[in-house]
Design a protein around this ligand. Sequence first.
Ligand code: UDP
Length: 425
Amino acid sequence: MRIAVISMHTSPTAPLGQQAAGGMNVYVREVCSAFSDRGIATDVFTRVQSDDDPRIEQLAPLSRVIYLDAGRDLDKYSLYREVPQFASRIFNHVLAEDAHYDLIYSHYWLSGEVACVLRPRLAPAWAHTAHTLGLVKNQRLASGARPEPPLRIAVEGDIARCADLLVASTADESQELVQAYGADPSRVEVVAPGVDVATFRPIDRAEARSKIGAGAGPLVLFVGRLERLKGVDIAIRALALLRAQGHVGARLLVLGADSRDADESEMERLKGVASAAGVRAAVEFVGSVAHHELPYFYAAADVCVMPSYSESFGLVGLEAQACGCPVVASDVSGLRSVARDGVTGFLVAGDDPADYAERIARLLDDPELARQMGRRGQLLAQRFSWSRTADRLAGLFSSLAERNAASTVDGSHFHSRVQAGMRHE
Ligand code: UDP
């Protein structure tokens, strides 16, 4: 099987935790590598973002990333205008190589729009993963956050109705696709993302702290792209309460950098929040950290905090648990499928920093409870793996591709000209 993967918004090779690169990039990279191990070839089409980007890069033996020129330094909404250009460039590249694909697999609404345009010409089948949904994000916004615009929601609706297969990460996401976007339930499948437990594993805490240069004392960790959606300000206010309530040495490490799609620098805003709360010196903004170095941070921390306003899955929670670190997370659908309240950490309803401080304090005050929760989180994380994710996807994709290829009289018609136009103004 050969698959054209569309990743217009960001590249699977982009440094994580900055710009817009996060869970989706990990997902594309890990699934393509696991597909390669299974003899499934992928070409990942993404945009050139800098002069240093190669034209073609090998991600795994059977997986290539193909960089095409179609808009640089643009936020996701402005990128929509580049969809026709990106689709045409993909099509021209495919013609030039005389490549044939069994399936298109698009990621996120922008790539879904590209797939809408290319699908009649490029492959007999189309699968899509949304990663996040505009309607779900808009249901619970941080104060000051920009709602997702009607354009995105309209595009997501088209994708939900037109794709042959919608891959949801959780049962809640599949329900949203059906109920809010009108998807046909028989075309929606739930496939959980994974975690690489060989990399994300428990490490002795003292060793991990020495490796990252963290001294003794209570350590709270946040990892993620810095966007209002992630609720880092709640974690900072919770830290101020913790310190006021007796954990005077408690510190917060914030890993990740500003997201390009934000209107302002979230890091600067968060520094202001920390100063106003009187804890600026106790909050360290580390910037983005390479994925393979994160196990040391998770293992060094007493607790990983995820106060997100919404989360479609939350790989960070799974990675933390795989390293034996208890998680205090918001009680939103994605995180409910990653962490178990009272078992692997705590799920907190609402966005009150006092509730977060209270749960974190319970873990700090009771190291045995924290150890047990960390151990249970590690066991839970073993149930998720990218191999399992890839096996499930491979099964679904091959039956879909076979079914659709059988109903296509002449596969060669896919290579006629693409009439690429913007479908929503
Ligand atoms: N990440 C990273 N370095 C950083 C910050 C984040 O490698 O400095 C990775 C993190 O380990 C996780 C991903 O980015 O794998 C974020 O995924 P998640 O699902 O938690 O959030 P999303 O980005 O999808 O909102």
